[in-house]
Write a protein that binds this ligand. Structure first.
Ligand code: 15L
Length: 257
């Protein structure tokens, strides 16, 4: 497939771009910052993005500010920019989207053994509000314009888990590629919201819908458990014991106030 990746210069973007290319996809790397093999474009600018999407089969939209900001900035980064991407897809005739949403769309949900993707949105931050709204925007473009969309509520993407919470929320680079590729190639995709984590023994998000789409995670944060559990518990660990969003639920984490 010919696949455009937005945010290709970011940490997950670099891993996903390289991994998809390694799996035989023709990857068009896009980002605001130009770097080796990355084309510089403001992906929220539909007119600028459209010509770069011609001939693509799908877009993997990873661009967006990964941090908490004001509500206005969150809506801009996640909703306005995603709208620009969706409009460019319609104009260029691209029919499939994999969107990097976040676990913080449901971060204020109290911890329990398994959290399904069809639980009510419960954002922990303005960042989470932006992600919920962007998921809903994707749903509109599925129903109105027939764009197949998979919204991935990504956990903690990193080379390796570092905190107690990461033992449940880690998404390894290899599994990120496997998840995105499953969403790109699933035959019957319409609109779906999935959790994006590795096969963590302590995972609390329901991976069944992702597995049903063809995701076969390999990594498990448990390999790092002994080392991580030997460190003293932090204040952030205590938030992670209560809420799935962990430290994003701290009172001082709401941005722009
Ligand atoms: C996210 O969505 C953030 O972009 C990232 O910075 C981490 O906080 C991650 O979630 C997480 O929950 O660990």
């Amino acid at each position: 497939m010919r696949v455009a990746v937005t945010g290709a210069a970011g940490s997950i973007g670099m891993a996903v771009s390289a991994g998809l290319a390694g799996r035989g996809h023709d990857v068009v790397r896009l980002d605001r910052v130009s770097s080796d093999r990355v084309r510089s474009v403001d992906v929220g600018d539909t007119a600028a993005l459209t010509p770069l999407l011609h001939g693509c089969d799908a877009v993997v939209h990873l661009a967006g500010n990964p941090h908490e900001t004001s509500l206005v900035e969150a809506l801009d980064s996640h909703v306005r920019v995603t709208h620009g991407v969706l409009e460019a897809m319609c104009a260029a005739g691209v029919r499939r989207l994999v969107y990097a949403s976040s676990n913080h769309a449901v971060g204020f949900t109290p911890r329990n053994p398994v959290l399904r993707a069809d639980t009510r949105p419960r954002p922990d931050t303005f960042y989470g509000v932006g992600k919920v709204a962007a998921e809903v925007l994707c749903s509109l473009y599925t129903d109105r314009f027939g764009i197949a969309a998979a919204c991935l509520r990504i956990g903690s993407f990193a080379d390796r888990p570092r905190t107690r919470r990461d033992l449940s929320t880690w998404l390894s680079p290899g599994d990120a590629v496997r998840l995105v590729d499953a969403c790109l190639t699933a035959p019957d995709l319409e609109f779906t919201v999935l959790y994006g984590i590795s096969a963590n023994t302590r995972g609390w998000w329901d991976l069944e819908p992702a597995r049903a789409l063809g995701y076969r995670p390999i990594d498990d944060a448990e390999a790092f458990a002994a080392e991580i559990l030997a460190t003293p518990k932090s204040r952030d660990d205590r938030f992670a014991e209560r809420y799935v969003g962990g430290e994003f639920c701290r009172p001082d984490r709401l941005g722009g106030r």
